[in-house]
Design a protein around this ligand. Structure first.
Ligand SMILES: CC(C)(COP(=O)(O)OP(=O)(O)OC[C@H]1O[C@@H](n2cnc3c(N)ncnc32)[C@H](O)[C@@H]1OP(=O)(O)O)[C@@H](O)C(=O)NCCC(=O)NCCS
Length: 162
């Protein structure tokens, strides 16, 4: 459970959602269109970010996305999204996409992504968010890894602003 204003754990705002891949979401090879997967990822991640901060959020960046395995028409696709790390107004959300053959039960991680969301106030300006309080070993590891990525991204943004 959350500690109110002290912060929330990643589990407090985590999202799990499932889709069935339909022909309209596939390319001529019968595998899922990457853009459809990205839309699902963005939506799941945005919901986790909204739950964390209790505010309107915008996608500031899709920082990384790796398509490791193809996803096929008829596959069930499970998305797990959770907040890895927060800055002042931004949140890094990690999304893991698992593909499952509904008949054979074979389940593999097909795609993973990191996205940055920014919380907005009533005037659509960035607003501070609650701290994130990792509680499990896995959450602490994701937090530490995200901290390194966020630092590297900020340095890169600064470099290109000059
Ligand atoms: C995201 C947005 C609100 C940031 O506004 P801004 O004036 O640059 O705000 P700031 O410079 O104060 O940055 C706010 C936070 O966003 C982070 N940020 C800004 N641009 C970023 C980027 N490209 N990647 C990652 N983080 C970014 C900053 O590091 C800062 O984080 P912090 O408060 O945790 O330290 C603004 O760029 C925007 O509205 N973009 C359009 C969003 C949108 O329409 N998304 C839908 C996609 S089509």
């Amino acid at each position: 459970m959350s500690d109110g204003q002290q912060g929330k754990s990643p589990q407090d705002s985590a999202i799990e959602t499932t889709y069935l891949v339909m022909p309209s979401q596939a390319n001529p090879q019968g595998t899922a269109f990457g853009g459809a997967i990205v839309a699902w990822i963005d939506m799941a991640a945005a919901m986790a970010a909204q739950r964390h901060c209790g505010r309107e959020v915008v996608t500031a960046a899709i920082d990384s996305i790796i398509f490791k395995e193809p996803i096929r028409i008829g596959d069930q696709v499970m998305l797990k999204a959770s907040v890895n790390y927060v800055g002042r107004t931004s949140m890094e959300v990690g999304v893991q996409v698992t593909r499952q053959d509904p008949y054979g039960g074979n389940s593999v991680v097909a795609t993973s992504a990191h996205l940055t969301f920014v919380a907005l106030d009533e005037n659509k300006r960035p607003v501070p968010v609650l701290p994130i309080v990792p509680r499990t070993d896995a959450e602490r590891k994701r937090y530490e890894n995200a901290k390194i990525r966020v630092k590297a991204r900020k340095e890169m943004i600064e470099k290109f602003r000059q």
